[in-house]
Write a protein that binds this ligand. Structure first.
Ligand SMILES: [Fe+2]
Ligand SMILES: [Fe+2]
Length: 184
């Protein structure tokens, strides 16, 4: 069992967890890039892979400031989210639906990261570790940007996807009868 005596120990644990998460992502994002069909989505994911590598460097700097090892913990939450992402990649679906599934998985990654960084920032800020806080905020800014970019891609592809369905004679999802209303 992990021993935690103070908020500093909690911050150290959060940093190690984030470090593991980011390390896992440097292996998972290239698979998403390879699997994505849309060139803009590929480019967006590639840009965020570069940011992720920088985020790892920031966490190493933070670990140095806190005088801890960044490694030594496994982020099980990110392991699970990446496993779900792998399912999206191996799904047999038309290109637009396939990419929407990849983005859905990627958005879960960004939200999970944002929760972790926001928590770490709250602790660091309370402890008045201004240098650590600034580094964490720089990463949080990038995670929010990545999520926004993914959301924009998602919304654009979703419109195309429903338009394709309408062209093929199938009703778009928004015209599907409300099953809940029928059973109410
Ligand atoms: Fe990240
Ligand atoms: Fe991210």
């Amino acid at each position: 069992m992990e021993t935690m005596k103070s908020a500093v120990d909690l911050l150290a644990a959060e940093i190690k967890d984030l470090y593991s998460a980011e390390k896992q992502l440097t292996k998972a994002i290239p698979k998403m890039i390879a699997g994505a069909k849309d060139p803009h989505l590929k480019a967006g994911l590639s840009a965020h892979l570069d940011e992720t590598k920088q985020q790892i460097v920031r966490l190493e700097t933070i670990a140095g400031l806190l005088e801890i090892e960044a490694s030594g913990k496994v982020c099980k939450g990110m392991e699970g989210i990446i496993l779900e992402g792998a399912e999206a990649l191996s799904t047999d679906a038309p290109p637009l639906v396939h990419d929407l599934g990849i983005i859905a998985a990627a958005r879960r990654v960004e939200h999970y990261e944002m929760a972790g960084y926001m928590t770490a920032i709250a602790i660091s800020d309370e402890l008045e570790l201004s240098e650590v806080t600034a580094l964490l905020q720089a990463t949080l800014f990038e995670e929010k940007g990545a999520e926004e970019s993914l959301r924009t891609h998602f919304d654009g592809l979703l419109v195309k996807c429903t338009a394709v369905a309408a062209d093929s004679g199938k009703p778009p999802a928004k015209h599907t009868p409300n099953v809940m209303a029928k059973t109410a």
